[in-house]
Design a protein around this ligand. Sequence first.
Ligand SMILES: Nc1ncnc2c1ncn2[C@@H]1O[C@H](COP(=O)(O)OP(=O)(O)OP(=O)(O)O)[C@@H](O)[C@H]1O
Ligand SMILES: Cc1ncc(COP(=O)(O)O)c(N)n1
Length: 265
Amino acid sequence: MKCVLSIAGSDSSGGAGIQADLKTMITNGVFGMTAITALTAQNTTGVADVMNVTPEFLAEQIDAVFEDIHPDAVKIGMVSEPDLVATIVQRLQYYKAQNIVVDPVMVATSGSSLAKDSTVVMMREQLLPIATVITPNIPESEVLAGINIKSEVDMEHAAKKIGDELGCSVLCKGGHRVNDANDLLYDHGKFTWFKGERIDNPNTHGTGCTLSSAIASNLAKGQDLVNAIRLAKEYLSRALDQQLNLGHGSGPVDHAFDLKGKFSR
Ligand SMILES: Nc1ncnc2c1ncn2[C@@H]1O[C@H](COP(=O)(O)OP(=O)(O)OP(=O)(O)O)[C@@H](O)[C@H]1O
Ligand SMILES: Cc1ncc(COP(=O)(O)O)c(N)n1
């Protein structure tokens, strides 16, 4: 059994954060573990409050996992404070972690800010350069590249700039585009487009968490990066296609599509 560690925040409404990560890991055939960076009081309409853990307690969680079950991949999601970023980098380097997928979460789908500016600076300086792949959405790619993105060519410029500057592979996600959901991988000089049809579903809370966890799961199982992303995108499209409609805002996706018929719902 391959094992994946999610270092991320908790979403009380279950659609994003570690809750989405664990659901994705179970349904992608890996054993999921967690080191929680923060508790959020959150639902589909917004984030009411955030309580960060201390850097010491985050380090203890990471140590507890690595000293017992060495993960085959690590996914990193919401990290609000620069000190927490520094702790993650220090511990992952100490344990020589492999297959590191970083979703540089800055703003929730609901519009709430999830990382301070100083955290983004720290991520850029220390965390992103040790990642196997990072998965910014379009607004996050604009911040990291300092480029406005209006077209696929702009996505290519931004992904290349980020990848060349930071030395990691970059998956620039196209979920914020209007006519399609095409994602772009820049992997050390090579572009690969993952074409995605736009699914008519406003409930996209946690899509970024789900995609990055599925990529980490596939890397843990030995897939190369391109296949890991292709399979993750297929998984997410199926989860979006279920048209689950929960809550009063942008609701979560449905991970249980393969279980339909096994339990009454
Ligand atoms: N309506 C949609 N139809 C098909 N795929 C989508 C749709 N919306 C998002 N996606 C896909 O979901 C993944 C996440 O993309 P997105 O750009 O929404 O990330 P994000 O903004 O980080 O997500 P989050 O909602 O978790 O913040 C990408 O693979 C993207 O192409
Ligand atoms: C704990 C946590 N982590 C990540 C996100 C981003 O996901 P989304 O942009 O879909 O709200 C979130 N809302 N909450």
